[in-house]
Design a protein. Structure first.
Length: 250
């Protein structure tokens, strides 16, 4: 009888989150619609923040003082829009590299008259390293990042020890990291990497139930109908670890 294949080993990159970090994205020639192009032309100056190699004043960027949630890789912005609508007292800073996604979210911001979202179109590692002060974020959302399914590409996955160390340092004590993926092997890697970060603690024994604030996307609903799994992980920063990694990464 054929035995089932064991899952591939979890490969994590150990490079520091500096200028030589492994990028978790590849620039591809992606389709962008005329409405997305128009949204970029019309609304990018109003709702976007340029990458800069110095700390961002979040209060000035949003025009108010409020808890700020970082969302990394917001795709077409559907989830970002719905969460921002449901949580008007929170600020949401979305980081995305692809033009189509930026245009789509700008269109949503304008159509729904949302004032609590800002966008940075840049590499999330560099944004965290250079623009976000330690101990400031109220939370971070990383939903369905590229799973890089081929074994030789696992080192390109975003959830790696050096990145999580950097991200944890930017969270205020008690703030949370919420990840979600529909790739079981990546979920296992996420659980392993997040659990190994001394500044974080799991809110559950392993995986978390999907919280009400994270809506189901059309893609996710389709996958669930086909029997595909989805794994959520929610970790919080330990109060006693507030100063564990609070220096700017080199």
């Amino acid at each position: 009888m054929n035995q089932p294949k064991p899952p591939p080993p979890i490969v994590t990159a150990q490079e520091p989150s500096g200028s030589t970090h492994i990028r978790s994205f590849v620039h591809r020639r992606a389709h962008i619609t005329p409405s997305q192009e128009q949204a970029i032309a019309s609304w990018l100056p109003r709702w976007a923040i340029s990458y800069q190699n110095h700390l961002l004043d979040l209060e000035a960027a949003f025009g108010r003082q409020a808890p700020t949630i970082l969302e990394i890789g917001f795709g077409m912005g559907e989830t970002t829009q719905q969460i921002a609508q449901a949580r008007p007292d929170d600020n949401f800073l979305g980081v995305e590299v692809f033009n189509a996604g930026v245009g789509a979210l700008l269109k949503r911001i304008h159509e729904h008259e949302l004032d609590n979202i800002r966008i940075i179109q840049h590499d999330a590692v560099e944004v965290l390293r250079d623009m976000i002060a330690p101990n400031t974020l109220a939370g971070a959302h990383i939903y369905f990042p590229d799973p890089w399914p081929k074994n030789r590409h696992h080192k390109r996955r975003l959830i790696q020890p050096a990145f999580i160390q950097l991200l944890a340092s930017r969270l205020a004590p008690g703030a949370y990291i919420h990840c979600a993926t529909d790739w079981e092997h990546y979920a296992q890697q996420m659980l392993e990497v997040l659990s190994a970060e001394p500044g974080l603690q799991n809110t559950c024994t392993d995986y978390a139930p999907r919280p009400d604030y994270r809506p189901l996307t059309k893609f996710e609903n389709r996958g669930l109908r086909l029997g595909h799994g989805v794994w959520d992980l929610i970790f919080t920063r330990r109060p006693q670890g507030a100063d564990a990694h609070d220096t700017k990464a080199d």
